[in-house]
Design a protein around this ligand. Sequence first.
Ligand SMILES: *[C@@H]1O[C@H](CO)[C@@H](O)[C@H](O)[C@H]1NC(C)=O
Ligand SMILES: *[C@@H]1O[C@H](CO)[C@@H](O)[C@H](O)[C@H]1NC(C)=O
Length: 447
Amino acid sequence: MQIKGLLLGLGWLSAAWAQLADTTDYPIGPLTSSSAKWAVKVCDITDYGAVADGATDAGPAILAAFEACIDGGVVNIPLGTFALETWVTLSGGTAWAINLEGIIVRTGTAGGNMIYIEHSTDFEIYSSRGEGAIQGYGYVFHAEGEYGPRILRLYEVTNFAIHDIALVDSPQFHLTLDTCNQGEVYNMIIRGGNEGGLDGIDVWGFDIWIHDVEVTNKDECVTVKSPANHILVENIYCNWSGGCAMGSLGVDTDISKVEYNNIYTVNSNQMFMFKSNGGNGTVTEVTLQNFIGHENAYTFYIDAYWTEETLAAGDGVLYNSITVSNWKGTCANGATRAPLYVLCPSTQPCTNIIVEDFDIWTESGSTEYYKCADAWGSGYCLKAGSAHTEYGTVTSTVTSAPSGYSATTMPGQLTAGLGLTTSIAIPTVPSSFFPGATPATARVYGS
Ligand SMILES: *[C@@H]1O[C@H](CO)[C@@H](O)[C@H](O)[C@H]1NC(C)=O
Ligand SMILES: *[C@@H]1O[C@H](CO)[C@@H](O)[C@H](O)[C@H]1NC(C)=O
């Protein structure tokens, strides 16, 4: 902390505070290579009763294969279509993996989680050819105005990776990482229906790197919840989604050292939003840098009065030391929804909110607003100084496009949301998730 203060005091560029934990002390991802696991034991689900006919319930076979490979080995789901009629809870397990070559399709109708993995260490779920997928057929529920199960949830899993698979049309959330540590999620595509409640990735825990992921849905793209620290989210394509966020935050919020870098967002609710309503605790040391967006409703938005969340006890969450840097592109209508909107709790004003190189212009009309309420820091409508008192709302009007707002578009942008009444096709994992960026680890599809 002292070093950080010193750097700022010397007038350096804003500190990129957030980062993963030290990799020597806290390695990320599985500790054992997948090839070593293959060499120990392979438990192919077809040896435990699964049939690739899209009809026979593979649930019991996945459970039996897991029990046989729980102490090191690979649960192999080979090419073919396997029905999942009963959900599986895979509890425990060390130095193991699931290789998903084939496709799991939901046929059961219970709520809960189709695949729930808990109390596991040194775990990997991946597709060695990059064609594995879980198809939730959520449209069957959504067409009736209902929700069903979530696809994949990890709870208290340490040293893990999830990669090179597609999660498609979940009846509810797609991927939840609940209280997980030292994990990596990459080279993934998530395609859900065009409505709320179908979150892409929700994550909380410690030391997790999520990168090279595309999400389509209309709710959370990649969202951090409390408690969390040391979370790095990079090269994300929110291709018609809700957008990335932090929240919703309530009592005892405890989030620090989070960085989002290279985030491309199109036709979403927001490019980044913090959501709370009352509550207490802190969000601190967050960096949101290198964002490109087009036609989003909101852009950078702190909403400490988010009424979709029940009012929580407390004076408000303290938002402190949040740096927003190098944002480009357009919003849908900057006169109706300010692209820079920092609405802090009046009883707990935000501190050290730094906004720099924020060049967003409006798609419609020729005026947009920046709005800050009880928000202290620097740049644009942020109030400088150290009083950190309540001051109400300050609005500034922008009547010409900020220079440098123009930004590239990704190929293959959606022109409409995906259906709620018809099945969503299984896509392939893309080769890029941010303009000009290649995945940190090459995708295996097509290799
Ligand atoms: C938040 O509020 C709750 C309930 O009023 C209280 O028990 C807790 O100590 C508070 N936490 C913080 C971090 O202030
Ligand atoms: C965005 O989604 C659409 C519709 O599913 C798809 O056709 C397009 O390829 C996606 N874009 C990219 C770059 O993957």
